[in-house]
Ligand binder design. Structure first.
Ligand SMILES: [Ca+2]
Ligand SMILES: [Ca+2]
Length: 110
């Protein structure tokens, strides 16, 4: 009984770590469209634009303030978003090889 109680908290501690590791690699795998274990800029932009496309109700590649559901939102075009994403991509590409490894992709943008 005492041993069982000792194991339970450990299991609760380890479980989120395992789930987190798995979800991080599946998050990366989902973005890696050609499955070459690295993200090109196009794959990165495709993945990062998911929310944009979901919010772009009339599919004109422009998010009008009323489509963004945020107070004082400014108009955002898909081209502007891609420019910002390209800048973020370059910051995250720490070794400068033009691709994001899983580690580079999952690291917080600096
Ligand atoms: Ca890829
Ligand atoms: Ca890289």
């Amino acid at each position: 009984m005492i041993r069982a109680l000792g194991i339970v908290p450990l299991a609760f501690f380890l479980l989120p770590l395992c789930v987190q590791a798995q979800s991080q690699s599946s998050y990366f795998a989902a973005a890696d469209l050609d499955h070459d274990k690295r993200l090109s800029l196009v794959e990165f932009q495709e993945w990062m634009s998911y929310a944009f496309h979901r919010m772009d109700a009339n599919h004109n590649d422009v998010l009008e303030p009323e489509e963004q559901h945020v107070t004082r939102a400014t108009r955002l075009t898909l081209a502007e978003l891609h420019t910002r994403q390209a800048e973020q991509f370059r910051r995250q590409d720490k070794n400068g090889d033009g691709y994001l490894s899983q580690k580079e992709f999952l690291a917080p943008p600096g």
